[in-house]
Ligand binder design. Structure first.
Ligand code: BES
Ligand code: MN
Ligand code: ZN
Length: 503
């Protein structure tokens, strides 16, 4: 779908459908919705009076214009209560309206900027959110379905605003929104891909094309490289699979050549069977999505390469399968991570923290700081927070706050969990320096405490996306399956830190 902006009058735009809006409780629509109402002889006002249009959030009303306007149809989308309306509501209403119009067969659609008029929002941010919601909401994953879809595609979306002087600013918002949403959809594609199509090698090849197409630095560490570096924890997990592990390194250099690069690390388990501590078969198929953190990092690097902030960023993705092959890691085995710390493998299903341990050590060796890791790390985080939000833990409160704010601006909810010293007790081992499980209590926290053994004094935030990375039911602009969560948060972190760089 192409999105462009024109200055003009929505009642004179010749398209298959125009999208206007109404806040809940408004009886006489004003602005663009009022103009459309007038062109249609007052039908919107009449439907409000009859109670058919209430303006409830995400409510859709279709009106056929039968020659009274250039556009063939008008969709009135409800914005809900004005005091509750946010940039994230803009994403949601656009997703719902676009899916509705796709079903109706519309190819060319025009919209006004929801929230910009009576809503009093910043125009650039509102149009960015509008763009994101439209692209994210129309996402489908049909790569392996040979049957033709029942619906066509919306080919063009025209954003209409009266004020010509706003065009450059609106174009900027549309550009940023489409870069972020397309990158998110790319992360969704990688994550939805079945594990037989998304092995560690496939993930590395996907990252390689992203890097080649967008001019990023790129490298893959092979098994021998990992051996030389002493990545015993990552290699331990990889032992049980025939697929060779890959350690993906992507770099963007937009800042001063001497400035310390920001480091992103994404968990890249392309399939998590649990290993010898095997998972129950029910729901195991969802573990094809255990590389959602890795996908988020690769997709964020892609968006950063397009938006070109003045900062250096390096993305790391340790990738392997976790399978119970003949050479697999066994409960009780002891591994040695890159920083020399020894780990008792109490449970082979706690593999994420093992591969992240070596990735964090490698990030420190490269001198990256601060670090943000993204991982579908614990079922415990899913139990604690559900699929609504990401869990955040870290060793630097200021950094945690920045990451949460970056998420908030992206419409991605992040909730901090505590890192009290007392939790460390649960990771103590009698045979090694630390063990990879901390028991049933506070599982998301003990996992983060384990990672803290490897980030040491480098400022670091861990995002546990086990909940929101994969959803079972559509929620406005999130489609069932992989959500691409954290892509937009990571990009916003890079954009925000770029603003802080010495000029
Ligand atoms: N990939 C899983 C966590 C997960 C669970 C992600 C559900 C998404 C949905 C992770 O590798 C795992 O298996 N964690 C174990 C750790 C335990 C053995 C300490 C868990 O959470 O059960
Ligand atoms: Mn696991
Ligand atoms: Zn896992």
């Amino acid at each position: 779908m192409e999105i462009k902006v024109i200055s003009g009058d929505i009642t004179e735009t010749k398209v298959d459908a125009v999208i206007v809006n109404l806040f809940e409780g408004v009886e006489h629509p004003g602005g663009a919705t009022g103009a459309v109402d007038q062109a249609l002889g007052g039908i919107i006002g009449q439907l409000i009076g009859e109670g058919e249009i209430k303006g409830k959030l995400n409510e859709i009303t279709l009106i056929h214009t039968i020659g009274k306007m250039e556009a063939e149809r008008v969709v009135v989308v409800g914005l809900g209560k004005q005091e509750k309306f946010t940039y994230d509501s803009v994403r949601g209403v656009m997703a719902v309206a676009c899916r509705f119009l796709r079903k109706v067969g519309a190819k060319r659609v025009a919209t006004i900027i929801h929230g910009a008029g009576a809503g009093g929002m910043d125009m650039e941010r509102a149009v960015q959110a509008l763009t994101e919601g439209s692209i994210l909401g129309l996402y489908t994953f049909r790569k392996h379905v040979t049957k033709e879809p029942e619906h066509g595609e919306i080919e063009e979306m025209i954003v209409v605003d009266r004020d010509e002087s706003k065009l450059p600013l609106l174009e900027r918002g549309i550009n940023r929104g489409s870069v972020l949403a397309e990158a998110t959809n790319y992360a969704r594609d990688m994550t939805n891909e079945p594990a037989n199509y998304m092995t560690p090698s496939d993930l590395a090849e996907a990252a390689r094309s992203v890097a080649a197409e967008r001019g990023l630095g790129f490298d893959v560490l092979e098994r021998e490289d990992m051996e030389k570096l002493g990545m015993g924890a990552l290699l331990g997990v990889a032992q049980g699979s025939k697929q060779p592990p890959k350690f993906i390194v992507m770099s963007y250099r937009g800042g001063d050549s001497t400035a310390t690069p920001l480091g992103f690390i994404g968990k890249g388990i392309t399939f998590d069977s649990g290993g010898i501590s095997i998972k129950p078969s029910e729901g195991m198929d969802e573990m094809k999505g255990d590389m959602a953190g890795g996908a988020a990092v690769i997709a964020a690097m892609r968006a950063i390469a397009e938006l070109k902030p003045k900062i250096n960023v390096t993305g790391l993705v340790p990738a392997t399968e976790n399978l119970p092959g003949g050479a697999a890691l066994k409960p009780g085995d002891v591994l040695r991570a890159m920083n020399g710390k020894t780990i008792e493998v109490a449970n082979t299903d706690a593999e994420g923290r093992l591969i992240l341990a070596d990735a964090i050590c490698y990030a420190r060796k490269l001198g990256l700081a601060p670090l943000v890791d993204v991982a579908t790390l614990t079922g415990a985080c899913l139990v604690a927070l559900g699929d609504i939000c990401t869990g955040a833990l870290g060793n630097d409160q200021e950094l945690v706050a920045k990451v949460i704010k970056a998420g908030d601006e992206a419409g991605e909810k992040i909730w901090q969990l505590p890192m009290y010293e007392e939790y460390k007790e649960q990771n103590k081992s009698e045979v090694a320096d630390v063990k990879n499980t901390g028991g049933r209590y506070a599982g998301a926290i003990t996992a983060a405490q384990f990672l803290a053994e490897f980030s040491e004094d480098t400022p670091w935030v861990h995002l546990d996306i086990a909940g929101p990375s994969f959803i079972k039911k559509e929620q406005t602009y999130l489609i069932k399956g992989a959500t691409g969560v954290a892509v937009r948060t990571l990009v916003n972190v890079a954009l925000a830190l770029a603003e802080e760089q010495p000029k």
